[in-house]
Design a protein around this ligand. Structure first.
Ligand SMILES: [Zn+2]
Length: 308
């Protein structure tokens, strides 16, 4: 199974879903009561669905995607399937089956494997995804999980997975007991059985403290998430070329594969103008920030910025 085939199948699936999405919401996002756009409303619905599944199957404890799959009579194969995909949901002989690719995910209980199972459960629980697969109109869907794929269907399944594994109320309560930054994200990751990346994104999404998380891969800048209440206006755009960052900054050091200290990550003080082109050096908004950069091996580098 080649990587190209995997991408083609995922695109085909996504095109069909995008058509259904447009049919339901129209080409332009418009506002719905409550101040949300329809796209935000859709994401809100998916989050509520995932959190209700977590509450039904794993109330008050760590979410176990394998238990949920078992309860829904979805079988799972853990195997070595090369590099084409992280997970796959297949509809065959009137049953759903999940393939989980340990070549890319490590152990079957690793945070990335758990996220992948939760992501595939997203394709099962989100009506449009499940119907498209069960109708036989699309080939078995190959997934790249944990925010590695920009396709709509993949983003929706990642969004479902994040809420299934880290329900808002539980995550918020746990986050209050840890410091902001890599140390806190590590403790949350341990508690919820998720990766540090997924935990940091959830922390930012819940707007628990002024915090930004920026991902770099082998091509350079990949994506970012900014806590909404703190990073507005000139704080929305960040420098995206590593060459625009200070040479001795934690991020530049991590990208250039320098050996990190014993903590496993680089840390230093910085200022907003070093990261946000809309902020002039020395102006009143040029706040002091902490910058932490964590090397993620083949998954690149994760930068966390937060106010002191
Ligand atoms: Zn997927």
């Amino acid at each position: 199974m080649s990587g190209t085939l995997g991408t083609m199948r995922a695109r085909d699936f996504d095109r069909r879903l995008s058509r259904e999405f447009r049919k339901r919401f129209g080409r332009c996002a418009t506002r719905v009561p409550g101040g949300r756009t329809e796209e935000q409303e859709r994401r809100h619905e998916i989050a509520e669905l995932a959190e209700s599944v977590a509450e039904e199957h794993c109330p008050g404890e760590r979410t176990e995607p394998e238990c949920i799959a078992r309860a829904k009579r979805i079988t799972i194969s853990f195997g070595a399937y090369g590099e084409a995909f992280d997970g796959m949901l297949e509809w065959k002989q009137d049953r759903f089956h999940i393939f989980c690719n340990l070549d890319r995910l490590g152990q079957s209980t690793s945070p990335r494997a758990r996220f992948t199972l939760a992501h595939e459960l997203g394709h099962y629980y989100i009506d449009e995804h499940r119907r498209a697969l069960a109708s036989g109109r699309v080939a078995p869907h190959l997934s790249l999980c944990e925010y590695e794929c920009a396709l709509l269907a993949e983003q929706e399944a990642d969004h479902f997975a994040a809420h299934l594994l880290m329900p808002a109320a539980r995550f918020r309560a746990a986050a209050r007991t840890v410091p902001v930054g890599v140390e806190g994200a590590r403790r949350l990751a341990d508690r919820f059985g998720t990766s540090l990346t997924a935990s940091a994104i959830r922390y930012v999404a819940l707007d628990l403290a002024p915090c930004a998380v920026i991902k770099w891969d082998c091509h350079g800048y990949a994506w970012k998430h900014l806590s909404s209440s703190a990073f507005r206006g000139p704080f929305r755009k960040t420098f995206e070329a590593p060459k625009d960052l200070a040479e001795d900054s934690p991020t530049r050091r991590a990208i250039s594969r320098q050996q990190p200290p014993e903590t496993g990550y680089f840390q230093a003080g910085t200022v907003a103008s070093a990261w946000f082109p809309g902020i002039e050096r020395g102006e009143w908004q040029d706040a002091v920030l902490v910058e932490e950069a964590l090397p993620l091996g083949r998954h690149g580098v994760l930068t966390l910025l937060y106010r002191v």
